[in-house]
Design a protein around this ligand. Structure first.
Ligand SMILES: [Zn+2]
Length: 169
């Protein structure tokens, strides 16, 4: 990455973060010390996903998108929220710079984001992805979320007192 000030072609990266559909990097020129910012578009087309049975398949954005959309069906989400979620995951995968990523890692990345976005969608995705074997493990997952916050309005099956009483963990 060439320095826009002196033209030197090497710089160190001070900070990288994912922004919508790309990576923003803060760089510093190794020659003149000038700081500048670059934006790089994400291309995960050459990345392989390693399945549980060790089979590899090419990363497929549409497939990931479909799985998440299914979990989010009929949920009151803002337009483009699912696409944005996938963009965010793609950026993070890109930042890792790996040619192969286990499917379990992608699944966890989806869960992490769905948990912040919509708890019902999260539970739906988790129930498929983690394949809860019994109602007990599903309940445990719901309880874990309930221990968090903002759940009162989303999961009416849990009474408000369960997580609003002060001092109780
Ligand atoms: Zn420079």
């Amino acid at each position: 990455m060439q320095c826009p000030y002196c033209g030197y072609d090497d710089s160190k990266v001070a900070d990288s973060r994912s922004v919508s559909q790309g990576i923003r990097r803060r760089r510093q020129c190794l020659e003149c010390g000038a700081r500048f910012t670059t934006y790089e578009r994400v291309d995960n087309s050459s990345m392989a996903i390693v399945k549980k049975d060790k089979r590899r398949e090419a990363y497929d954005r549409k497939k990931l998108l479909r799985g998440i959309q299914k979990a989010c069906e009929k949920r009151p989400l803002p337009t483009g929220a699912v696409e944005k979620l996938v963009d965010d995951i793609e950026s993070e995968l890109h930042l890792m710079g790996r040619s192969e990523v286990p499917s379990s890692m992608v699944g966890e990345m989806v869960m992490e984001r769905l948990l912040k976005l919509d708890h019902i969608a999260y539970i739906r995705f988790a129930s498929v992805y983690r394949a809860f074997t019994d109602i007990g493990s599903l309940k445990k997952e719901v309880d874990t979320i309930a221990a968090g916050h903002e759940l009162a309005s989303q999961l009416p099956l849990i009474s408000r007192e369960d997580f609003s009483s002060p001092g109780k963990k």
